[in-house]
Design a protein around this ligand. Structure first.
Ligand code: CA
Length: 252
């Protein structure tokens, strides 16, 4: 195994249930975080169904090439959208549920050289490379779009009553269009997939400091979740950390 992973989730200090879900299969190079929404048990159901659907599809064949697996992931996301919508349709108590998704797909388990990051909503992927933290994904949220348009500053967005409004999700529209981007991997790269319960409580400087603190991934995941809870823990918080081990990846 040449990529290792660790995950941690917490209900936080305010919410009564955890609507985040995560899942991964290092032996298939697929890693997922979902942040569910919707009344009653809806959020939890939507995020779990999405993780389960995508993991099932991504692990049902062996030896498929990266091009095939990229297409497979795209179809799995569409399928998750369909099953969540259909379930909400059948069960009035789950009506209106949906979930964000952020997914990392590695091109190879033995020798990862490329990664695909796909997302819908405001769960994020960060890349930590040679001591520097870079945000890979752009939130599909009302405030993030206004920041990009220049009609709102980061500070205004922080205080906006609309900061939770996301513009894309799984299970809320007949079709979902995920953003997908591919990148080259370097040995030692660390990827962080997380729900907004982390990024609203913990600034990027602190995230970088935690990721820089040592080689233990489990410990880093736990430290990130603890930091979110110490800063208020107002939402569920989930982190999945993936590290491409030294000695693999593209020589550069
Ligand atoms: Ca959340």
């Amino acid at each position: 195994m040449t990529a290792k992973a660790a995950a941690m989730t917490s209900t936080g200090r305010v919410r009564s249930g955890n609507e985040d879900s995560f899942g991964y299969r290092s032996d298939h190079g697929i890693y997922l975080v979902c942040d569910g929404m919707g009344g009653a048990a809806g959020g939890e159901v939507a995020s779990r169904m999405t993780v389960d659907t995508i993991l099932r599809r991504m692990t049902e064949v062996e030896g498929e090439d990266f091009a095939g697996r990229r297409v497979r992931l795209h179809h799995a996301i569409a399928e998750a959208n369909h099953v969540v919508l259909e379930r909400a349709d059948r069960d009035a108590g789950l009506s209106g549920m949906g979930t964000t998704l952020v997914a990392l797909l590695l091109d190879s388990v033995e020798k990862p050289e490329r990664a695909l990051v796909a997302h819908a909503g405001d769960s994020r992927c960060y890349l930590f490379r040679r001591g520097k933290l870079t945000r890979v994904t752009q939130d599909h949220s009302l405030v993030d779009e206004q920041i990009r348009l220049g009609t709102m500053t980061e500070e205004e967005a922080e205080r906006s009553p609309f900061r939770s409004v996301i513009t894309r999700a799984i299970g809320t529209q007949p079709a979902v269009t995920e953003d997908a981007q591919e990148m080259a991997i370097e040995a030692g790269d660390r990827f962080l997939l997380c729900s907004d319960g982390l990024t609203r409580e913990v600034d990027e400087e602190t995230i970088a400091r935690v990721l820089n603190a040592g080689p233990d991934l489990e410990r880093a995941a736990r430290a990130l979740v603890n930091a979110a809870n110490e800063n208020g823990g107002r939402d569920n918080v989930t982190c999945v950390l993936i590290e491409v081990e030294a000695g693999t990846g593209r020589a550069s």
